[in-house]
Every structure is written in structure tokens, then in C-alpha cells.
Design a protein around this ligand. Structure first.
Ligand code: CTP
Length: 394
């Protein structure tokens, strides 16, 4: 299983410190990372494939010409969130700095744009050599984190800088990489998405055009930023997001119940679902004959946001208003009547927002000036709304 934000490739170079990487692997697994080990062929002289497979619980390959049908270097590069190379020998540093791709690890490294960390370990003379110094400088200039080795006794009996660092130091350096851009760590985000359906009879319903794309984009963004995310989804055809707790509902009443249950546990609520304002007063138990289907009596649904505002404590609430005109006064009025902190107003009259990848509109913030959002992706809007929520959470 691949869990978003937790996939690590552990590259192992051909140095004696390779055995110390077994401990690093164990600790990464303890911390909830999912690790695929990619050893260089020469590193197998120190620690064999079987050890890595047993410890990681995953298949291990070293060459591009193994499992060619999977295009493994590209699939690994795409599915990983971080790459750690530990230990990296002088030769491996040189190959990476040159952009060589002569084994699986260097191929994956080249093909990936994930954050990368390298933990060199070698004899002090090799570490101090001008060529190695230049290679390390090149890699750092490319934004790759290269740890300085520890100083102490080496396998050769010499003393100097070249030792593989303690696992704890590697982990804390890695943590500073993984927490970068993860400003939602420890925050619980509740998102609603899709459109509710109100049954008329067993085959018909009152529904709307919401695809769920905006809510799913927000949930994904919050997850990427380290948030603990619950997504209450109504009738969306989109695939579940791995790492997000999914709650499936259909009617407004079901969504109301689910939101009320989850709301006290969250820090931010994003009500991006299109909730039906009313439902048929009577639901036919069997299919209503067309001769009898001349009018449908409606009963108003509970307003979820209003119910939430009655139990709201520290939470930040984001509302959406899909209108067929752009009326700022009306948007402000909706923001306060719904007891929300932020409202995103979008004009759906042109038919280019529902089910589209893009959106445009205006963000209204309680007690602050509004700002316009020109045509952008639903993901970027989600990011912007979550930025605002974070500012208000304090
Ligand atoms: N909403 C809700 N409960 C409802 C209906 C809507 O919580 N029963 C939420 C939506 O998820 C959205 C916001 O309220 O975040 C605004 O929805 P909208 O339909 O524009 O608001 P209404 O109160 O229905 O106002 P209008 O009369 O303009 O349709």
C-alpha cells in the first residue's frame, strides 16, 4: 500500500556502513514510513537482498533490467515522497553529481523530483579529496541535503571525519525535511464534498451538478501539508484519497449527522459540498407513476453550517457559495448568517466551474477585506483557503 506523504526510497551504497542502514530502515518503519530499499549492486557485498526484503517487507531490485515490465525506475520515482541515500560512497556521490544513471538507484534519483537526503560515509582522505568536496558542493547547490559525516574512529583504524552518523542524527535531519511545508501537522481538517441527493422515490432524486473536485482537492492539499483529514463525500465519482478517512453519505440529512458527529473533533471545517436546500416531503416507497408525478411537495433541509455555528468553539469554518451572480453584499450577509469565518463566492452562471479543474471567484473573510481569485486550479484555491484558515487558527 502506498500512503501519501510517507513513501521513502532508501538507497544503499557499497560501503561497510551499509549494515548500519538496517537500523535506519527499522526506525523509519517505526515512525510510520513505508520504505522501498534500492541498494547499489556493489552494496550487496555488505548486506544482501534477503536482509533488505525481510526488513522492509518489500521486493528489492538493484538494476534497471529487473522487472522491466514495471518500468521500475520511473514507477519508484513517481511513487516516492522522499529519497534517502545512506550510506553514500565517494563513487556514488560522484555518479549522482554527474547525473549518471548506471544502476537502478541512480536512475530513480535522476527521475525523481522528491526531496532528497544523502548520508556520506567514507575514509577521511576520500571525504577531504577535492573531487569529493566539489561533488558535495554541486549536490548541495542543487538543493539536496548532504549530511557531514561524523568524526571518530574508522574501520581502517584511522581517525577522522568520515563515519556514518548515529541513526538519531539522520532521523532528526530527515524530520526537518519532512516537516517542511507541512504546516497542517497536528491539525484536523474536516471537508465535505460532492452533492447530496434527496430521493423522490426509489429511482428518482433531486440532485445537483457538484462533482466533488473542489472538496477532494482541499482534502488532498490538507493531507499533503501533514493534516489529519476526514472527507465526508456525497455521491462523487472521484477515487478515495489514500491517507484520508472517507465517510460516504448520500442525503443532506446523512451529511448533517456526519458533520455534527465529526465537527467537535476538528480544527477546520470546509463545507464545499453542495447541500440540497430541500427534500421531497413524502418519499414514494415504490416508483411513482408519471401520471401522479405532477408536483413535488418540499420540506426544507437542516442548514448544516447553521447547526455547526451553534456548537462552534475554536474551529475555523469555511463556507462556499455557488451563485449565478457576483453579489458582494449578499456574500457578506451569507458569511455572517451562516456563522462562517471564510466564504468563497463563485459565479457558476457560465457553466465553467462545476466538474471543471479550474475556478474563479472571491474570498470573503469575516472582519477583513475580501480578495479576488482569478482563474486558477481548484488545488491552488484549496491551498489559499487553507492558508487563510491557518492564519485565523493562530
Ligand atoms: N449549506 C449547508 N447546509 C445546507 C445548505 C448549504 O451547510 N442545508 C452550506 C454549503 O455547503 C455551502 C454554504 O452552506 O458551504 C452555502 O450554500 P448555499 O446553497 O449557497 O446557501 P443557502 O443557505 O442555501 O443560500 P441560498 O438561499 O442562496 O441558496
Amino acid at each position: 500500500m502506498h500512503v501519501s506523504g510517507r513513501e521513502v526510497i532508501l538507497g544503499v551504497g557499497g560501503g561497510i556502513a551499509a549494515y548500519k542502514s538496517c537500523d535506519l530502515l527499522r526506525r523509519l518503519l517505526d515512525k510510520g514510513f513505508h520504505v522501498t530499499v534500492v541498494p547499489t549492486p556493489s552494496s550487496l557485498n555488505f548486506v544482501g537482498k534477503a536482509t533488505w526484503e525481510a526488513l522492509s517487507g518489500r521486493a528489492v531490485t538493484t538494476e534497471v533490467f529487473e522487472q522491466v515490465n514495471e518500468v521500475r525506475h520511473i514507477s519508484l520515482a513517481k511513487s516516492s515522497d522522499y529519497i534517502i541515500i545512506a550510506p553514500a560512497t565517494a563513487d556514488l556521490l560522484a555518479r549522482i553529481a554527474m547525473g549518471r544513471a548506471d544502476d537502478l538507484l541512480t536512475n530513480v534519483f535522476l527521475a525523481s523530483n522528491s526531496p532528497k537526503m544523502i548520508v556520506p560515509a567514507m575514509h577521511p582522505q576520500m571525504w577531504k579529496n577535492e573531487a569529493t568536496v566539489a561533488n558535495v558542493a554541486t549536490l548541495r547547490a542543487r538543493g539536496i541535503t548532504v549530511l557531514d559525516p561524523d568524526t571518530g574512529a574508522l574501520t581502517s583504524g584511522d581517525v577522522g571525519q568520515g563515519r556514518f552518523p548515529e541513526t538519531q542524527r539522520i532521523l532528526s535531519e530527515f524530520e526537518s525535511i519532512t516537516s517542511k511545508g507541512r504546516d497542517y501537522l497536528g491539525k484536523r481538517v474536516l471537508v465535505t464534498a460532492g452533492g447530496t441527493r434527496e430521493p423522490i422515490d426509489p429511482v428518482r432524486y433531486i440532485g445537483n451538478n457538484s462533482s466533488g473536485k473542489q472538496g477532494y482537492a482541499i482534502a488532498q492539499n490538507a493531507l499533503n501539508r501533514g493534516g489529519e483529514v476526514t472527507l465526508i463525500s456525497a455521491n462523487s465519482a472521484l477515487a478515495d484519497i489514500e491517507g484520508v478517512r472517507m465517510i460516504k453519505v448520500s442525503t443532506a440529512a446523512q451529511m448533517h449527522a456526519a458533520v455534527l458527529q465529526e465537527f467537535p473533533l476538528c480544527d477546520v471545517l470546509v463545507m464545499s459540498a453542495a447541500v440540497a436546500d430541500a427534500k421531497p416531503t413524502h418519499q414514494g416507497e415504490s416508483k411513482i407513476k408519471k401520471s401522479e408525478l405532477t408536483s413535488i411537495a418540499l420540506t426544507e433541509n437542516e442548514d448544516i453550517l447553521k447547526s455547526v455555528s451553534e456548537i462552534k468553539k475554536h474551529q475555523i469554518v469555511i463556507a462556499f457559495a455557488a451563485e449565478t451572480s457576483h453579489d458582494e453584499a449578499q456574500a457578506r450577509e451569507k458569511l455572517s448568517s451562516k456563522g462562517a469565518d471564510i466564504l468563497y463566492l463563485n459565479d457558476v452562471s457560465q457553466g465553467d466551474i462545476f466538474n471543471s479543474e479550474t475556478t474563479y471567484g472571491e474570498i470573503f473573510i469575516s472582519g477583513a477585506p475580501s480578495h479576488k481569485v482569478s482563474k486558477t486550479t481548484k488545488d491552488t484555491l484549496g491551498e489559499e483557503l487553507l492558508n487563510q484558515a491557518l492564519i485565523q487558527l493562530g
